[in-house]
Every structure is written in C-alpha cells, then in structure tokens.
Write a protein that binds this ligand. Structure first.
Ligand code: GDP
Ligand code: MG
Length: 180
C-alpha cells in the first residue's frame, strides 16, 4: 500500500465580530449550526482531517479568533506559520465588508510566504441565506473587488449550509497543496 503523506495546514479565519466566523467553522467541522455561540475569549482552533487523495491526508487547522475582533488586528503569535486565510464579512452589514481590507492588510503585514508573496486569502460573503435582507446590490462587484485586492477567490457562504463552506475551503486547500 502506498504511504500517505500528512500535510498540516494552518488557516486563519478573520473578520469583524458577529460575521459568523465561529459558525462557519462549526458548520464545516461538525455540520452543526446554532444561534448561540459564546464569544469565547482567546484563540481556538478546530481540526478537520481530510482524506484528500490516495497520497495525501490533510490536517486542516481552522483558527478562530474570539473577543479580539474589536481591535481590528491580531498578534503575530496568532499569525505565525499560517499558510492561508478566510476573511469573512456579513452580507447584511456593510461595515463588515468595509473592514475586509483592514483585515487583509493586517494579515499581509504579519505573515508572508517564504518567497515574500502574500499568503492566499479567500473572501467569504457570509449569511447568504439572509440575502433578501442584504446589501448585495450595494456591494461593489465582488469578482472585481476580489481580483483587484489580491484575494484568490470569493464565495457566498452560509453557516446553515455545509456544502457552501466546503466548496470555499476546498478551493483554498487545492491551492495550498500546490504552494507547499
Ligand atoms: P463571529 O463573532 O464572527 O464568530 O460570529 P458568530 O459565529 O458568533 O455568529 C454571530 C451570529 O450570527 C450568531 O447568532 C450566528 O448564529 C449568526 N450567524 C452566523 N452565520 C450565519 C449565517 O450564515 N446565516 C445566518 N442566518 N446567521 C448566521
Ligand atoms: Mg466567534
């Protein structure tokens, strides 16, 4: 039998308070949704082990931040050895979209690939199940925005759907496995 390689990938999940970071992580890792996640204090990560292909097992660490969002930046310790990130905003709250570039800027100022390039970041427009209350028409075209500011892609997600989150994560992992 062929030996499978294990790849550990540390991926940060960042964005403003209440956008659904903890919820999308819980959905992706445990397939659950709740209205009530405590704003836990500190840093926490969830691990998902994926049989990626016949050669590769991916140990994906999704790092959550909790209670520190209000500062709009994180310490270098949190960013250390991260190979990718998900920047999340809430489709129904414009201010959380406006904060997206601040989060990406903070990330880029603290972590980079060994060749100096920025780590891959996927943009998540979360709470898409609430689209009817949303500000989609007011959002600049996300495709252009995402390309212009160097995101590797963007996805509408909902913590009520496992599939949407899984799709976004899969794209990111594919890229990370090529880079690392
Ligand atoms: P965090 O502060 O970014 O970790 O946000 P939470 O995960 O704690 O979510 C904040 C609130 O938004 C909670 O009441 C969640 O139940 C709710 N929420 C998160 N994601 C979604 C989503 O995709 N759809 C809806 N309808 N509610 C969500
Ligand atoms: Mg949280």
């Amino acid at each position: 039998m062929m030996q499978q390689h294990e790849r550990l990938l540390k991926v940060l999940v960042i964005g403003d308070l209440g956008v659904g970071k903890t919820s999308v992580i819980k959905r992706y890792v445990h397939q659950v949704f709740s209205q009530h996640y405590r704003a836990t204090i500190g840093v926490d990560f969830a691990l998902k082990v994926l049989n990626w292909d016949h050669k590769t097992v991916v140990r994906l660490q999704l790092w959550d931040i909790a209670g520190q969002e209000r500062y709009g930046n994180m310490t270098r310790v949190y960013y250390r050895e991260a190979v990718g990130a998900l920047v999340v905003f809430d489709m129904t709250r414009l201010s959380t979209f406006q904060a997206v570039l601040k989060w990406k800027g903070d990330l880029d100022s603290k972590v980079a690939l060994s060749n100096g390039r920025s780590v891959p970041v996927v943009l998540l427009a979360n709470k898409c199940d609430q689209r009817r209350h949303g500000l989609c028409p007011k959002l600049p075209k996300l495709e252009n925005f995402s390309r212009e500011y160097g995101f590797v892609g963007w996805y509408e997600t909902s913590a009520k759907s496992t599939m949407k989150m899984a799709t976004a994560v899969k794209i990111l992992i594919n890229l990370l496995l090529i880079l690392h």
